[in-house]
Structure formats: C-alpha cells, structure tokens
Design a protein around this ligand. Structure first.
Ligand code: ZN
Length: 454
C-alpha cells in the first residue's frame, strides 16, 4: 500500500470549470480520497500522512494533451520523419522527450499516429514502469487512401510511409483496422483530408468516400475501438461526423451542415491551433514569410464563429498542441491551446482549463477517472506557483511547476541531461537560398516552408 499524502494550503482548481477555492487534497492509494475546503470543519488526519505545502500555488489536475506526436522528435519537415528515422532509436528518443512532457505538467496525452507505430511500445513501457512518462493513449499508422495525406508526393503509392499507411480498397480498410486492433491501438487514426499538390488552391480535399468511412468506423466500433480523424474542410467534417467518428481534429472551415452534424452527435473536437498561433505570435522571429503568417492567422480567425458555436452547443473542445514539429517543441507549448481558446473563442480561463483536463480525459478514454480533482479520481495532480486561473501562461515555465503526480506517484522533475546531435537524424540543410541579391544585401533570408506539416 502506498503512503497517504495531503496537499494543503493551495488554491484548488478542480478541472470542472468551477471557481477555485482554498483547500487541500488528500490522496490515498493513488486516488483522491477527499477534497477539503479550508473553511470546512477540520477532521483529524491519521499519523503518517505526508504533507505537501502548496502555499501560494495552484493545485489542479495534470494537463492532458489531446494531440501530441511523440515519435516525431520536433521534426522540421515530413521528409525528415519519413526518411531519417529509425525504429528503436526513435522510441528511445521519445522516451527522453516524454520526460519533457512530465516537466511541463502533462500527465496524459493522445499520440494520434507514430512512425513504425512504435509509440504503442512506449505506452506499454510506461505502463509497465520501465520508462518514465505521462499516461498515453495511442493510434498506430494514420490511414489514408491512395490520394494521400498532407505530404503530397512524399507519400508512397502504397504501403507505409512514415506515420501513414495507404488502404485502397474496402478489404484493405477492414484488414488494417483489424490488424491495428490486434497490435493494441486505443484509437484508429484517419486522415480524412489530404493535400493534392496540383490542386493545392482548393485546400485539403476529402480522400475517402462516405461508404469507406462508414465501413471503417463500423469495423472499428464492432471491435470496441473509437475512431479519430484529421479533417480540414466542411464536407469532410460533416461526413466524419455522420459516419461515426468519435473525435475530430482541426474541423476547420465548417459550414452550417458540418457544424450541425457535429453538434447533433456532440463529437469532441481538438482544433489543435497552437502551431498556427505560434506562427502568428512568433513567425517573424523565425523568418516566416508574411503571407504564411497571414494564412495561419486566417486559419484561426476563420474558426472563431464555428468553434464558439460548437462550444456553446455543448460540443467538448479538447486541447491539443500538435507537438512533434519544430514549431511546437515538446515541453514548451502544451498549455498554449488554452490561451488560444481564451483569446479567440471567448472562453474564460477556467473553461479553457476544463478543456485541457476534464474534457481531455476523453482523449485518454479515461472519462470520469482522470482530469478532475474529485473523490475517486486517479491522483493525477500538478502544483503550480501562482494563480493559473488568472494567468494560464504560468504553465509555460517549468520553473513554476513544483510537483507532478500520476496516480499519486511523484514524478522526477530534475533537469534533463542535455542532448547531443544524433548522426543522420535531422534533415541536413545547407542554408537558405543564396541568390546574388542575398549575398550582396547580406541580410538573412530564411523563409520557412511549413505548408506540408501535420
Ligand atoms: Zn497532428
């Protein structure tokens, strides 16, 4: 039996959206036994209860990131993920990066798709206690059709490329869904939309028929496995909702029909706009062209009306960071989707925190078990200096995070040893284009091409 712990004198955010209150949390055997308000009658504690003093701190559920690719290792491009990576090494590197998530207060995350589907192995290693990291729920390879995903011709016509797998017939769909269930996925990941380079002006197009999506969802559901989809565009989002998807990523450019389909079924959405928000906020500093910054800004502002309406109608919005790419490195931005929700979708800080905690539990398939501070819940708890309900960005500085517990077990937050380069791991760049004009002008000119990411 593990020890009992009392976290006292903190300001408690329980994750339900309720106002914070001064109080304490009693943990027994890895679960939350009791929440005490400071003004309630003080009950005597058994001897041997360890106390943690959280004076001046927020005590809240650990963050749940609904969209984090831990096998990608902060890649700068899909080409790097597809061609530079090795199976065992990428799993080992992911185990290192998992510790960065812990230090950022992340106690659970959904890994939608991974190279070599090796995040299933990391998940099992963490569960078995042979690696340190947050709770994980996993997809395996993202399913696409022969039209491709978001990397155009970089994706082979058939078979596996990086984190993608092509399924080009109904038999293929059924076979692959069954295989993924066999190897232990928590979710089936589908790229419902992709980019056809020659038709890029149309935006992402739906690469499936309605029949195929229905077959895919039915096959997965019959085997007790939910389905999540990358959807950009109204028709794809509507079709995903109508054919039975259980979680939708992005859901950009919804029209009335798509919005209604999502609302009717209360399908959770993880907009995962942190990457775009980072480009809007800091793109100039990393040399992103102004056209691209405008494009990303529009992607956020175009979603304001629909996401606000979806939220008001009771659709759960989940916080996903899209970490795994160099624009959203591990450990730094898992909190930022909450800021996006507050800044653009008109949520209160406490509503946004609910999205990253209580609602996030859906991504882990652990609803009513994690994501809230309430009796009977697993003790996935973080302590953060200051009042997070007044300033969410406090979560961005690991120095503010004083304690991270998963099932009542305190996680190691000591600084990670610095990492050295791995030969052949990154896509080598010789620098940006050296035109005569650049040479004579002498100014740095490093436009960033991110249109093929995620
Ligand atoms: Zn993604």
């Amino acid at each position: 039996m593990s020890e009992s712990v009392l976290i006292e004198n903190g300001s408690i955010i329980d994750g339900s959206g309720a106002e914070p209150f001064p109080g304490s949390v009693l943990i027994k055997d890895g679960s939350i036994a009791e929440i005490r308000r400071d003004d309630s009658a003080v009950k005597p504690l058994n001897a041997g209860v360890r106390r943690i003093d959280a004076t001046g701190q927020t005590v809240m559920p650990g963050l749940i990131d609904a969209h984090c690719h831990l096998s990608f290792d902060d890649a700068g491009s899909n080409a790097e993920i597809f061609h530079q990576r090795r199976n065992a090494l990428s799993a080992l590197v992911a185990a290192y990066n998992a510790k960065k998530l812990l230090r950022a207060g992340v106690t659970g995350f959904l890994d939608p798709d991974s190279t070599f589907e090796n995040m299933l192995d990391l998940r099992d290693a963490i569960e078995a206690g042979v690696a340190e990291g947050p709770r994980m729920a996993c997809g395996a390879y993202a399913l696409i059709t022969g039209v491709g995903g978001t990397a155009g011709r970089l994706i082979a016509d058939e078979g596996i490329t990086g984190y993608y797998k092509v399924v080009d017939s109904k038999d293929d769909i059924v076979r692959e869904v069954r295989r993924q269930v066999k190897v232990g996925v928590d979710w089936i990941k589908v790229h419902v939309t992709g980019i056809v380079p020659r038709q890029a002006a149309r935006g992402e197009v739906c690469v499936w028929t309605e029949d195929e999506l229905k077959l895919l969802c039915d096959t997965a559901h019959d085997l007790g496995t939910p389905v999540m989809g990358h959807c950009r565009g109204a028709d794809a989002t509507r079709m995903a909702a109508e054919t039975g998807f259980d979680l939708i990523f992005h859901a950009t450019a919804m029209d009335d029909a798509a919005l209604q389909a999502v609302i009717d079924r209360r399908i959770p959405i993880a907009p995962a706009l942190t990457l775009q928000a980072n480009i809007v906020d800091y793109g100039e500093r990393i040399g992103t062209s102004s056209e691209l910054i405008d494009l990303f800004a529009r992607e956020i502002t175009d979603s304001i009306e629909t996401m606000t309406a979806a939220h008001k109608a009771g659709v759960p919005l989940l916080c996903g960071s899209e970490s795994g790419f160099s624009l959203v490195p591990y450990g730094d931005w898992h909190w930022k989707e909450m800021e996006v929700f507050v800044k653009y979708f008109g949520m209160s800080e406490l509503e946004a925190i609910r999205c990253a905690t209580a609602e996030g539990a859906r991504a882990l398939r652990m609803e009513n078990r994690v994501g809230q501070l309430a009796p009977g819940y697993e003790a996935d708890i973080i302590c953060v200096k200051g009042r997070v309900d007044r300033d969410i960005s406090l979560l961005g500085d690991p120095a503010n995070i004083t304690s991270v517990m998963i099932a009542g077990q305190e996680q190691d937050l000591s600084p990670l040893p610095p990492r050295k380069p791995i030969p052949g791991w990154r896509l080598a760049a010789m620098g940006s284009m050296l035109t005569r004009e650049v040479a004579l002008r002498g100014a740095p000119d490093t436009p960033l091409n991110v249109e093929e990411l995620h």
